[in-house]
Design a protein around this ligand. Structure first.
Ligand SMILES: Nc1ncnc2c1ncn2[C@@H]1O[C@H](COP(=O)(O)OP(=O)(O)OP(=O)(O)O)[C@@H](O)[C@H]1O
Length: 302
């Protein structure tokens, strides 16, 4: 449904996309995961026919993003990271505006947005600028869906939204997927990767891995140690100074450590930390989750 081949795009000397290739199958919920500046927005803007690549090809529903851009715009719904709503129009005026632009009416496609829109309908006369973050997000999603698109593209829809609204939002996406819509969604939150059918991890304009979350974890064979002590802050800096440690980052109540050599054992690391006078130490080998894999891959790409 989405095909990207060797796409590159630079802004002066910044290479925002560096030879990106991937495809998204019909009906798939596909995630682009990556930190700020990874190139996610640039990629989405090219797919939405709003930006022209320097080289490479991209197709949406079989249509070329350059020569067939007009047809694509009817088939896709886009929820950009910012500025998708008219702040000085009310909730219902925003929705009617987007319906009119696409030559349809709210009534005609109400069924598709009903579950989402009913949650903000009690506030339909409120200006969009006066809505909470979660409500703005629901209205923006309703507006992106009002012309019944085949493909939905969402740029960081959960950034700055509280944990409960984030969870609800992903449930809405799953529900839309069940109605046959192909979804491409970007997020800087690595924990959201596991909610997608497949994900591509992006950093510095490149895709570092692409697969289902389960297979990405399965294929990762590096050792991971979990460490804890009374002084977490000092623990992280001591671990980063340890010559045998490749990466050390906070992970909940623990620090997760990837050793440079696979044979670094928990007892050896414990001895090193005892030498640094850490107390109430816990060091043990643990199974990596998808966030650990991503951190490992990104450190390797630095
Ligand atoms: N119009 C522009 N002019 C110059 N540089 C740009 C422009 N837009 C993006 N960039 C740069 O290109 C790189 C990729 O940016 P992009 O916005 O695509 O990444 P992103 O993954 O969406 O991150 P963010 O969440 O920060 O938007 C960054 O280094 C960014 O600073």
């Amino acid at each position: 449904m989405i095909n990207v081949e060797n796409l590159s795009k630079s802004y002066k000397d910044v290479k925002a996309l560096d030879d990106i290739s991937f495809s998204v199958n019909k009906g798939e919920l596909f995630g682009l995961i990556g930190p700020d500046g990874a190139g996610k927005t640039t990629l989405m803007r090219i797919l939405m026919t709003l930006l022209v690549p320097d080289s490479g090809k991209a197709k949406m529903a079989g249509l070329d993003v350059i020569s067939e851009y007009k047809n694509i715009r009817q088939l896709v719904g886009y929820m950009p990271g910012r500025f998708s709503l008219y702040q000085d129009l009310s909730v219902e005026e925003n929705l009617e505006f987007f319906a009119t632009v696409f030559g349809t009416t709210v009534a005609e496609n109400y069924e598709l947005i009903k579950d989402i829109y009913v949650q903000i309908e009690p506030f339909k006369t409120r200006l969009a600028g006066k809505l909470s973050g979660g409500m703005k997000q629901k209205l923006a999603l309703s507006c992106a869906l009002i012309h019944k698109p085949e493909i939905l593209v969402l740029d960081e829809p959960t950034t700055g939204v509280d944990a409960v609204s984030r969870k609800e939002f992903w449930e809405m996406l799953k529900h839309l997927q069940q109605q046959g819509i192909t979804i491409l969604v970007s997020t800087p939150y690595m924990d959201e990767a596991s909610l997608c059918d497949r994900v591509a991890l992006m950093q510095k304009g490149r895709i570092l891995c692409i697969d289902s979350p389960a297979r990405i974890v399965e294929n990762y064979t590096r050792t991971l140690l979990a460490v804890r002590s009374n002084e977490m802050h000092r623990l992280i800096s001591d671990l980063r100074e340890c010559p045998q440690v490749e990466t050390a980052y906070a992970f909940g109540q623990f620090v997760h450590v990837t050793p440079k050599e696979e044979d670094l054992e928990a007892v050896e690391l414990e001895r090193y930390l005892l030498g640094k006078k850490h107390q109430n130490l816990q060091v043990f080998e643990t199974n990596p989750g998808i966030e650990d894999v991503f951190m490992g891959l990104m450190a390797g790409n630095e």
